[in-house]
Design a protein around this ligand. Structure first.
Ligand code: BG6
Length: 486
């Protein structure tokens, strides 16, 4: 019989707040942020008093802004998702803003005026839905305008990835933001952490007694972490040409998946305790070096066929340099040098324009130490695997061997599986909604802490150097779009 155990203590009450979105007329706002806030509103999860202020340079009235968001955010959404828009949109406002001291002084005055009225402006949540080069500037302008000050209410800053371009720029961004914001005011989003199956990884590992004793080098042969995508670079060439797959996917998402797989149990489920364990894993990663077993394979997609249609190669995408050597695929082999994981390779794979979208962690267990069946079956017994999948299904699967019913000895690999959608009907909670809610609650569990970001960059620096050497092209392997990669 199903048994549910839910949090015994209710989560903290949501306080009234004002959400200020920089880049309010942009794509991230209309495609992700506003729909996520609308879903929270429809399910009664936003505070009773809240307002959302979109800021950007374009001149617009509140009415025009609401219309713009309704138009740009409604494509492909169900009537159910769009329900409640009328009531929700009354909380939406627009404030034209130049990103300079005068503009931010006006914004501060506007927010002060609001908090003098019945509007709930004392608690401020700032969201950076702008190009990353503006992060330090906006951080400074907020600080200089007194908007990082927490004497009248809280002030929190949500930072989207990328957190810097390398270790030096990540440090410099942190230093700039820390001039005005304390670490507990900073929320660095990694939307992978808000995926249900990823959150479930901690529960799966630490709320079950049977996996932890075998979760180590004695029983595990290798770990593969894969985020394959069918999509190409799309309209994001400007960003991607500078980033490439390592900065775009490894520095943040794949690193978090590795860390959650490899970390020790924290002493409690509070953000600091979890971050403390995570950072130990990143620091234990073996410094990238081919002599010590690390390896990297880099690729870039060339023209090919996806779902029956011809698609261009990366170098033919709009905005990509014709001789670009930016990698769109990487397979990194690395090791966690500690007692639990010594000698176990971790394979991290991510690429664009692969045959299908697939996001999963595969724990490959060791083969049985002695096969009773080698006379009849040879060495062909597959070792157990445990798969934790977030896409195409949110699921957990364990493979094991069974005997096929027949007079002959014949083994068959079967799976025990748990698929979220079979047990929890309705749409999976939106990852963005979850992280925004946590920002309002001040809960940093699902966010990056500064030391984690810096350690992740420090580990990847030598890998990025290897990528930069792709200029020589010996290391960059071209793969046709729609193939399994190089
Ligand atoms: C983003 C990357 O962070 O994650 C994109 O910038 C990538 O390039 C995306 O496509 C993948 O996210 P998801 O949730 O679709 O696996």
């Amino acid at each position: 019989m199903d048994q549910h155990a839910c949090e015994i203590l209710p989560r903290a009450e949501l306080e009234p707040c004002t959400i200020i979105i920089f880049g309010g007329s942009g794509d991230l706002t209309s495609r992700k942020l506003i729909p996520a806030l609308l879903t929270l509103f429809n399910s009664g999860q936003l505070p009773e008093h809240f307002s959302i202020i979109g800021c950007s340079r374009t001149r617009m009235t509140d009415r025009q802004y609401r219309e713009h968001l309704q138009r740009s955010g409604s494509a492909g959404r169900s009537a159910e998702e769009l329900q409640g828009w009328q009531a929700f949109s009354r909380h939406l406002h627009y404030f034209p803003l130049e990103y300079n001291p005068a503009g931010f002084a006006r914004l501060a005055a506007h927010l002060r005026r609001q908090s003098g009225s019945r509007q709930p402006s004392a608690n401020l949540l700032f969201e950076l839905a702008v190009p990353p080069r503006l992060y330090p500037l906006i951080g400074e302008l907020l600080g200089q305008a007194g908007l990082a000050d927490q004497t009248r209410g809280w002030s929190r800053l949500v930072v989207e990835k990328p957190f810097g371009h390398d270790l030096a720029t990540a440090r410099s961004l942190n230093t700039t933001l820390h001039q005005f914001f304390q670490e507990e005011q900073l929320f660095r989003i990694d939307h992978y952490l808000a995926k249900e199956t990823i959150q479930n990884l901690l529960i799966f590992r630490f709320a079950n007694a049977i996996f932890e004793p075998i979760w180590n080098r004695r029983y595990i042969d290798s770990v593969q972490i894969m985020a394959a995508e069918q999509l190409g670079v799309g309209t994001r060439a400007g960003f991607y040409e500078q980033a490439g797959v390592i900065r775009d996917m490894f520095q943040n998402h794949l690193m978090q998946l590795l860390v959650l797989t490899a970390m020790e149990p924290p002493y409690c489920l509070e953000a600091e305790a979890v971050h403390d364990e995570k950072i130990k894993v990143i620091r234990s990663l073996r410094t990238f070096s081919a002599e010590r077993g690390s390896a990297i394979r880099l690729g870039q997609y060339s023209p090919g066929i996806i779902a029956g249609s011809r698609v261009p190669g990366y170098r033919e995408e709009a905005g990509v340099a014709p001789h670009s050597t930016t990698p769109t695929y990487a397979r990194l082999t690395t090791y966690v040098d500690n007692w639990r994981w010594q000698g176990v390779p971790f394979f991290l794979v991510s690429g664009k324009r692969l045959p299908r979208k697939q996001t999963r962690i595969t724990i490959q267990f060791k083969a049985v130490p002695h096969s009773l069946f080698s006379d009849s079956l040879g060495d062909g017994i597959r070792a157990n695997t445990l798969t934790i999948e977030t896409y195409p299904e949110e699921a957990i699967r364990l493979s094991f061997q069974t005997k096929n019913p027949s007079p002959q000895l014949c083994l068959r690999t079967m799976e025990m599986d748990f698929a979220y959608h079979e047990h929890y009907p309705g749409p999976a909670p939106d990852a963005y909604g979850r992280v925004l809610l946590d920002c309002m609650l001040g809960d940093q569990l699902l966010f990056w802490r500064q030391d984690g970001i810096e350690a992740s960059w420090a580990f990847l620096e030598p890998v990025l150097e290897a990528c930069a050497d792709c200029g020589g092209l010996q290391q960059l392997h071209f793969y046709p779009a729609g193939s399994e990669g190089p």
